[in-house]
Every structure is written in C-alpha cells, then in structure tokens.
Design a binder for this molecule. Structure first.
Ligand code: SF4
Length: 584
C-alpha cells in the first residue's frame, strides 16, 4: 500500500503546539528512528517511508495540519505531479480526445486546475520527483495510451489551449469596457458577431462588462474563450448562472466545437448538462488539498452512473461510502399539512419588465423549488417575500421571520469566517458546520474564500438565523455534486427536525428534483413579462416548466437520474404527444 503524508504549511505552527507535539507523540520517533523531523522551513516534515500510518500525529495535532492517506492498492503508478515533500499529489490525467467532448466530474479542490495546466504545457510535471522531468519520460509514462499521443503534441509545441475560467463573476473586478471591445481584443478568428449570435449575446455587446448579469457574463466568457485560436478548449463550469434553456444551448455549442483538429474538456457539476454534452467522462476523486486520482475514461452515460454509484468497477475502487440514489418519491400530500403563509395576486413593474404573481400558499415543513428562465422574475419574487422589495399594488407581510441568501454574495469583507458563522457554530455544529466542512475555513477572511467556500459560508449563515421561512437564491452555484447532494440532505433534515420551511431558487434540475416537495414555476418572456404558477406537485411543476422550454426528461434505467431526451427522438416525440414532459 502506498501511503502519503500531507502537512498543511499554513496550519502547522510548531511553536504554538508546544514545540513539535507531533514529533513527541510519533511512536517511530519514540523508538529512536526518524519519522517526523523538523523541516528546513521549520514546519513538521514526515518521512513517508518510515511512517507506519498509526494516525497518532493526525489526532494530536491541534491545528488539523496533518493528513496520513493510504492510497488505493490498485494505484500502480507514481504521481504525475507532486508539489513537494508532504504536499498535494496528482495521480494520472484526463485524456483530451480530438473530435470529442471529455467531461470531468468530481469534487472541488482535488486538482482539476493542476491537471489542466499540465495538459496545456503550462506546468511541466515532475512524476513525484523534486524537479520537472523532460517530456520524453512523460511520454514513456503514458506509453500505449491516448495521453501518450497528446504529450507528443505538447512536446512539439502543437497544443494551444484556450480556457474559460470557473469564476466569471470575478471578470468585472479586473476588466472594464464595453463587451464588444473586450471580445474584439481577444478575437483571433474574426468571428465576434457570429459567436455573439450563436451565444445570444448580441443585445449586450454595447453594454459595459460591469453592468451585465451573471448569465450574460458566463456567455461572454465562453465567447472570449472560443474566439481564441486553439486546438484544446477547456470550459470550467460553463453552466453556472445559466437557466435550463441556456444550459442546453451552451451544451450544443460546446458539442459542436469538437472536431478532428479540436479537443474539448468540460468540468461541470450539473450532471444533466454534462450528460447532454460529453461523449466521454473521467471521474476525479481524492481528498481536497491532499491528492487527486483521475479514473480511466468511460462513455458518458456509464461514467455518470458509476459516479453516482461511488464505485469504479474496473479499478475495483470505492470512492464514496454510499451510492447516490434517485428514488421516485411519493407525491407530496398537503392533506395533513398546516398552511404556513399565503399571498394574494400581486404585480411588480421594473422598467420594461412586469412580474405578475398568482396567489399561492406555503405549508409548514416543506421545500419548494423555484424554477424558470433567467430574467423572468424569480429573484424579484423572492426579494418581495423577504421584504427587500415591495409589490406595486399590495402589501406583503408574511408575519414571520424570514432569512434570505441572495444569488450574488459580497466577498469584499475582511471579516473572519468564524465570526460570520458564530450562530451556526453554536446552534448547528453537527447539522450544518460538519457536513458542509466549514471548520477548515474558520480562520480565513471572507475575501480569501473561493466561490464554493463563500457559497457554503453564506448558506450556513442563512440557515442558522432565527427564522421560520428560508429563501435561498441559487445555492448550488460553485458547489460540486457531492456538496449539492449533501446540502439537500442538510436542508431536508432541518425541515424535519426544526419545523422550518424552505424556498429554493435554482437551475440545476437534478438538485431540485432530489430536494423539492413542490415546485413554483415562472413562465413568460424573459426581460419583458413573467408570471408565477403554483406551487404545484412535482410532476405538474416539471411538466409546466419543461413544456415552456420544450424539453422532455426521462429517468435513467440504472440510476434513476433525470436525463434529457434528444430533441426529435422517438421518446421526445412520444412524451410531448402525451404531455408527459417529466419522467414522473
Ligand atoms: Fe508518526 Fe506516521 Fe504515526 Fe504520524 S502517522 S505519528 S508520522 S508513524
């Protein structure tokens, strides 16, 4: 068995723990041999060859700075790259394939961007040694695989990569000017107008980059990526902030990019969108900040089912304790439920946009998913319920405490996470803090957090407030699949044990399908008019939305997960004819 030791430099503080506590407790050191020594940088250094894996140092370290990891026995290779002694290690790489879209699905923080940098030739790997090795050895390392041919091209400088970053919301912080000027600046193909039309962003070309919405920013970032001349295009979470229609439009666009001279890699956590666009999938697993392993490529359908199963048959490797199952739920019965609150019809005019809300009611202890296209009034509706905005023609007073998590979260504060989460830590240490893995973030400032970390902090803070009704706008953005499903379980547990009610706006249909009891659907013409319908039972709600966007869904026969039917396929036509857009 291969064992690696990770020492987090930022946490290890030998003076504060009473002079290398780990050295004093290590049984190998106690017997006079060297296992943990004082490193040149004054931090603890663990000699992996002599470590017996007893985990005593891990338990005793007061700063949670040490991880001892027994790697799977099946792992027959040394790492493709290691950042140094007792630092992160990456095992294997995804394989770009010309003419195909290769998807990567997996947890955040386990080395996807390191893998991409290696593929792009921006980081020369070291095969676990102290210095970078030459490409001849890397080519030998991958002998007989598709990756070998790819690295031969990297060596000959024949790979040019273009990358769409994950955090598009950071773009306006470092860039300014009109969208058209910014796109023209990166356009190496003279195709700005054509790509703008394909991505449906013509109407915002004259707008300032700082004035456009998250969904528009996402499409501008995708346009900027494809306007560069490259033969490997990498899209890191291309669907964040996009609605279901836009997700499919982007999925088709990305699919069309792949040809015999062009390879495409997509990192994506919306499994419905990934399923629709990827030909092949790699599963990436490991431990955040410690190591990452990339599975063999699998056909997309089988790969995503394997991911949900949590077990790689060929590698004989279980990477999650329990499978994720999509079971057909019994319809939500309102018979024995008590009404929590209700609202009458109301309208809200915002410039040219008019929101018309139909009367509705919410029951105690239920989760309502809110669905609809972008620009259709979902956020306005939620803000009105939260008391942040007022309707034009009525007064909404829910007569209860409401807690609201906005779609865009402020990240400029220097406040420490532990201070922001004091209420959550006191009330919900086991229910929220632990499952969202927030403890390691306590000593970070808000402005030092990644998008996913910030999202988890904002969710925890919102859910811990003293309130009866909780409104969460796009909580899945920047969360990986595991975190999305873990969040679903946290919410369900709170609804059942704390008698609260949740309204959740999101675009990830799989997440909402897993989470919701009923659905509130917004239909209409984006940016002009939106109307609320419902809340409905799941099947009726999904049917209403899917009919509006002209998409049908079926359930995968093995995992039960929702999958989009190919437009015009027999199943698509049949479901449309019978009005069963949802797989119900
Ligand atoms: Fe020493 Fe390894 Fe045990 Fe830590 S896990 S105390 S380094 S033998």
């Amino acid at each position: 068995m291969t064992r690696i030791a990770i020492v987090r430099r930022d946490r290890c503080s030998p003076q504060a723990c009473g002079n290398y506590l780990c050295i004093r407790v290590c049984p190998v050191n106690k017997q006079g041999a060297d296992c943990i020594v004082k490193g040149l940088d004054t931090k603890a250094q663990i000699i992996e060859e002599t470590c017996i894996g007893c985990n005593i140092c891990v338990v005793k370290c007061p700063f949670d700075a040490i991880s001892i990891i027994n790697l799977p026995e099946q792992l027959d290779n040394s790492p493709i790259h290691r950042f140094g002694t007792n630092k992160y290690a990456l095992y294997s790489l995804p394989t770009p394939i010309f003419g195909k879209v290769v998807g990567i699905v997996g947890m955040n923080g386990i080395g996807k961007s390191t893998a991409i940098k290696i593929l792009a030739g921006l980081l020369q790997p070291n095969l676990g040694e102290t210095t970078a090795v030459d490409y001849k050895r890397i080519i030998d390392f991958f002998k007989g695989t598709e990756t070998q041919a790819f690295f031969e091209k990297v060596k000959q400088d024949k790979i040019k990569i273009s990358y769409k970053p994950q955090h598009v919301d950071l773009i306006p912080k470092t860039t300014s000017g009109k969208v058209i000027d910014l796109l023209k600046k990166v356009d190496e193909k003279n195709q700005t107008e054509k790509i703008a039309e394909l991505l449906d962003i013509q109407s915002i070309l004259q707008h300032d980059i700082k004035q456009i919405s998250g969904g528009e920013l996402q499409r501008v970032a995708i346009a900027a990526c494809v306007l560069r001349r490259a033969n490997l295009y990498v899209f890191d979470e291309p669907t964040s902030y996009l609605d279901i229609n836009q997700r499919l439009q982007i999925a088709r666009f990305i699919k069309d990019l792949a040809n015999e001279d062009t390879a495409v890699i997509v990192i994506e956590h919306d499994l419905i969108a990934l399923d629709y666009m990827a030909d092949v999938v790699h599963i990436m697993y490991g431990k955040e900040g410690c190591y990452g392993i990339v599975s063999q490529p699998k056909a997309a359908k089988a790969g995503l089912n394997t991911y949900l199963e949590g077990f790689l048959k060929e590698e004989n490797m279980r990477f999650r304790e329990l499978p994720i199952k999509f079971e057909i739920k019994a319809p939500f019965s309102t018979a024995r439920k008590q009404c929590l609150t209700s609202w009458n019809n109301f309208d809200k005019q915002l410039d040219k946009f008019k929101l018309s809300v139909n009367a509705g009611e919410i029951y105690k202890q239920e989760i309502i998913g809110i669905l609809g296209q972008n620009g259709i009034g979902k956020t306005t509706f939620v803000k009105i319920l939260a008391g942040i905005m007022e309707p034009d023609d009525a007064k909404i007073d829910l007569k209860m405490k409401v807690s609201y998590k906005p779609q865009y979260i402020e990240n400029n504060s220097e406040e420490l996470v532990i201070n922001i989460l004091h209420q959550a830590i006191a009330k919900y240490s086991n229910e929220i803090i632990k499952p969202l893995e927030l403890e390691p973030l306590f000593t970070k400032q808000i402005n030092q957090l990644s998008g996913g970390e910030l999202q988890r902090v904002a969710i925890a803070e919102c859910l811990a407030r003293d309130a009866t009704l909780f409104l969460l706008d796009e909580p899945s953005a920047y969360l990986d699949v595991e975190q999305r499903l873990s969040l679903s379980k946290i919410m369900r547990n709170l609804v059942e044990t704390k008698a609260i009610t949740l309204l959740v706006v999101d675009h990830d249909l799989l997440f909402l399908d897993y989470l919701s009891d009923r659905l509130l659907v917004f239909t209409g013409a984006p940016s002009f008019a939106g109307t609320s319908q419902g809340p409905f039972a799941m099947e009726q709600g999904m049917n209403t939305l899917l009919k509006e966007v002209n998409i049908t869904l079926r359930r995968d026969e093995f995992s039960g997960r929702p999958r989009i039917n190919k437009p015009g396929s027999q199943l698509d036509r049949e479901q449309k004819q019978t009005g069963k857009y949802y797989y119900g």
